[in-house]
Design a protein around this ligand. Structure first.
Ligand code: GRF
Length: 198
């Protein structure tokens, strides 16, 4: 399975995919890593793994749909099977999503329908201390125009303990994300293999 991974930050989830591929856990190939932020350490991780990278910044003055369409066009030339949003901090419109129907998945550090949007980890931590939730989690879902919605592929709960600092909870969340993202891609590879076998 040919993957394109979109990042905006450290890329620890990208690293989890790279490690799973290198240990033959995932029958996939990351053919391109795109970041909209030049300082994203994930670009360095891609370079170290010998993966082609593309720095593709969105400039405030730009038309969002044009940016999304241009980005989709660039990715399309790599003939990818799956676009993975792993810490990608830019909402993609149908101008992008329609080019890759049912081929864009997103990792979100919260359970389905909860803490949509940014700072989900911090918001869950605060909700726990306000007595509103007893645990949180993460999920990988198909990306649709509605942010962090779309059918769920894999999800996992992440417990929060009273003595946790935010950093403790964040670390537990990221570890679970890495496992959940690899499991989601593995599931889609198995589905693709079954489809091809029919
Ligand atoms: C992850 O928590 C992801 O769910 C969120 O941003 C973080 C990205 O982490 N959108 P990394 O860049 O993969 O380390």
């Amino acid at each position: 399975m040919r993957l394109c991974v979109l990042i905006s930050g450290s890329g620890s989830n990208l690293q989890a995919l790279i490690n799973a591929i290198q240990s033959n856990e995932l029958a996939a190939e990351i053919v391109l890593v795109v970041s909209n932020r030049q300082a994203a350490y994930g670009l360095e991780r891609a370079k170290q793994a010998g993966i082609p990278t593309l720095y593709f910044p969105y400039k405030k003055s730009q038309d969002r749909h044009q940016y999304d369409a241009d980005l989709a066009e660039k990715i399309r030339t790599y003939q990818v099977d799956l676009v993975v949003l792993a810490g990608w901090m830019h909402i993609l419109s149908p101008a992008f999503l329609d080019i890759f129907p049912h081929q864009v998945i997103n990792l979100h550090p919260a359970l389905p329908g909860t803490f949509l949007g940014t700072h989900a980890i911090e918001r869950a931590y605060e909700a726990f201390h306000a007595g509103e939730i007893t645990e949180s989690g993460c999920m990988v879902h198909y990306a649709i125009p509605e942010v962090d919605m779309g059918s769920v592929i894999q999800q996992a709960t992440v417990p929060i303990f009273p003595e946790d600092t935010l950093a403790d909870f964040e670390a537990r969340m990221h570890t679970t994300e890495h496992q959940t993202l690899v499991a989601a891609v593995q599931q889609l590879i198995e589905e693709q293999t079954k489809k091809a076998a029919r």
